[in-house]
Design a protein around this ligand. Sequence first.
Ligand SMILES: Nc1ncnc2c1ncn2[C@@H]1O[C@H](COP(=O)(O)OP(=O)(O)OP(=O)(O)O)[C@@H](O)[C@H]1O
Ligand SMILES: [Mg+2]
Length: 374
Amino acid sequence: MPAPPCAARSKVTDIPVITTQDLTKVYRSRDGRETTALDGVGLHVREGEVYGVLGRSGAGKSTLIRCVNLLERPTSGTVTVDGRDLTALAGRGPRAGAELRRARTRIGMVFQHFNLLSSRTVRANVELPLEILGLTRRERERKALELLDLVGLADKARSYPAQLSGGQKQRVGIARALAGDPKVLLSDEATSALDPGTTRSVLQLLRDLNRQLGLTILLITHEMEVVKAVCDSAALMREGRITESGTVPELLATPGSELARELFPVAGQASGENRTVVDVTFHGETATEPVISRLARTYNVDIAVLGAAMDTVAGRQVGRMRIELPGPFEENVVPIGYLREQGLGIEIVRAPGAPEAEGTSGTAAGLLVRGGAR
Ligand SMILES: Nc1ncnc2c1ncn2[C@@H]1O[C@H](COP(=O)(O)OP(=O)(O)OP(=O)(O)O)[C@@H](O)[C@H]1O
Ligand SMILES: [Mg+2]
């Protein structure tokens, strides 16, 4: 592994590195049918961040990432990467192609199926972009070996892709993506063809590269585990739009967040009619257990934990807990206020006796209370 295990987390700055504004992509088929794959997407990825894009099949994730490096020409809107408006470069006549190619060398891309050339050795695969950049043979060789060392494959330089495991092939894909010293790495489902153990080691590599090189990473995934393991921020796409986005702690603290629910699904039914049910989200410094027991002592209430999901996200302990408080909502306003004051995210799931408060959090929207966990 290239980075020592104690390497400090890469510093996320407020400098925007990838920005899309009102990005739209409409595919037109030969018979004139139109598919709107992107519908006004505003994406904001900051320097040093690992940013995950999630969404169902067909939501527009791959189209978005392909528009970010202009492999796909957007129908309208702008894409700015590292301060350069790529959409403007792409549209400026014959010389634009060369400028765009140059700008693209600062954007590495990793693919789900590795896309290695089977007739070339591992080293020659990594050298490919360096040939395009015009480096001498000696420079290419030195750089390729350095990159292979970085991804832990120094001993495989002379092997051919067919002689490698899936995880090793993806490491070669990552080394190749790093050849142009990119500022940004784009990854479209880089781990979805790999088994869970290999997925973990490739994710660890991406995280190490993020820390070591300060590399900004935009990755597409459908695996919540990937978000938990490496992402600082995430966005959820649906039908060509971003429906939720933010840092992972922000999302967890947002009542009703679909991503938070998927990251930490908690279930559990009320044990009786006259019970108030609340989902509590916590992270980092706000540990739940002492808060819950203090709540029970201070207000002399019996609290039942109906369900809980906890994990480490980006090196911090986070989780959600569904608790039940006896009595109708109005009797629990004060204890719930106490939880909120402790910096916990609070979402009312069931609030008997409160107006419009039957059933789930969706219908209790008027009662949603945002915690101070931002
Ligand atoms: N080249 C294309 N021509 C026409 N339609 C396309 C093309 N590429 C994608 N689409 C359509 O655009 C929409 C978004 O596709 P996209 O590949 O971006 O989805 P995705 O979120 O990456 O899905 P998946 O998770 O299955 O990879 C889909 O309806 C798809 O059929
Ligand atoms: Mg896709």
